[in-house]
Ligand binder design. Structure first.
Ligand code: NAD
Ligand code: UDP
Length: 335
């Protein structure tokens, strides 16, 4: 298939591009480079052993998307493009809704005009809000505690309406838990343009000495060591989940929400210790107060993905840390 990846040079998009190419698909990377760099395209071509096509652009440019869909004879779209920093979304909600929600509306209009009705959307475990029970399955009630989460929920709801309006649509909302790690080559990985908000990329920069310490947000949660627990999933497992979702949509119309997680939670300190073991570096930590909006524990019931997509996360915490560290070292040695 010819697949358009909006946000294709970003963290998850780039890793998914590799897995799709390995599975025999042709990918078109579309990105405004607001949180990624064009050099990713060269890296991807190096890993894939063939040139990947990149088009610079914004999902808010409806006409441009419409033209691309036709010009490249796109069969399906994976929509990664969006802004994802929770704290920024609280400060700039309009920017978040314009980028995430309006961007998706434009994309849907363009897809409708081009009669392309297969879409995989990057959703998030954040749509579950504060968990009522664990592990979290797809029937868990949804709610949002910040504009970023609300943008994801709005988009999911919109996509549900789209799928009910026309039975030709095939839509998967993949609810990612905590993607971490990097491709085994160390050539691509998580490389935000600003200071990382997420734990793993920050941790990796503490390990190189770029930051003096990791600030751990809270050690008074009701968990084994008091620090927050998350379901960290290797980005290459996540990438494979997208290939499986596209296969699934070939056989299934309608709207589908599917968790992509491992089903296992680790605390912040467990991740720190695993990273120390993988990198051989000491990670100084400082406990500070809880970050607003953080939940104590979050991990997936991943049985739907196993049953419906025939997909399971295969890589462990050591793989996640080793690959993230390899990528960080390579990035540092080049700068
Ligand atoms: P990322 O920032 O690395 O990738 C997103 C890409 O989209 C970037 O390359 C950015 O330049 C591009 N982009 C942003 N706005 C755009 C626009 N208007 N037009 C075109 N391109 C645009 O983030 P990621 O971690 O790869 O996340 C991908 C998707 O997955 C996002 O929608 C995010 O909300 C979702 N998600 C991420 C996580 C996570 O922890 N990384 C968890 C759950 C869901
Ligand atoms: N965290 C932390 N220090 C940081 C970043 C994150 O202690 O600098 C904690 C955060 O409180 C949460 C976990 O690490 O318990 C994962 O946070 P992240 O931002 O990576 O993902 P989230 O689950 O918030 O989407």
């Amino acid at each position: 298939m010819n697949i358009l990846l909006t946000g294709g040079t970003g963290y998850i998009g780039s890793h998914t591009a590799i897995e799709l190419t390995n599975a025999g698909h042709h990918v078109l990377l579309f990105d405004n480079l607001s949180n990624s760099a064009e050099k990713v395209v060269e890296r991807l071509s190096q890993i894939a052993g063939k040139n990947l096509t990149f088009v610079y652009g914004d999902v808010r440019e409806a006409e441009k998307i419409r033209k691309i869909l036709q010009q490249y004879q796109i069969d399906a779209v994976i929509h990664f493009a969006g802004l994802k920093a929770v704290a920024d979304s609280v400060k700039a909600p309009v920017e978040y809704y314009a980028n995430n929600v309006q961007g998706t509306i434009n994309l849907l209009e363009a897809m409708q005009l081009a009669d392309i009705k297969t879409l995989v959307f990057s959703s998030s475990a954040t749509v579950y809000g504060e968990p009522d029970y664990l592990p979290i399955d797809e029937s868990h009630p949804t709610s949002a505690v910040n504009p970023y989460g609300r943008s994801k929920l709005h988009i999911e709801e919109m996509l549900k309406d789209v799928a009910s309006s026309d039975s030709e649509w095939r839509i998967a909302c993949l609810r990612y838990f905590n993607p971490v790690g990097a491709h085994q080559s160390g050539l691509i990985g998580e490389s935000p343009n600003d200071t990382p908000n997420n734990l793993m990329p920050f941790l990796a920069r503490v390990a190189t000495g770029a930051y003096p310490e990791l600030k751990v947000f809270g050690n008074d949660y009701p968990t084994s060591d008091g620090t927050g627990v998350r379901d960290y999933i290797h980005v290459m497992d996540l990438a494979e989940g997208h290939v499986a979702a596209l296969e699934y949509l070939k056989e299934h119309r309608g709207w589908h929400a599917i968790n992509l997680g491992t089903g296992r939670g680790y605390s912040v300190l467990e991740l720190v210790h695993a990273f120390e073991a993988a990198s051989g570096q000491n990670i100084p930590v400082k406990f500070i107060s809880r970050r607003q909006g953080d939940v104590a524990i979050c991990y997936a019931d991943s049985s739907k993905a196993a049953a419906e997509l025939n997909w399971r996360a295969r890589r462990d915490l050591a793989d996640m840390c080793m690959s993230a560290w390899l990528f960080q070292k390579k990035t540092d040695s080049e700068s």
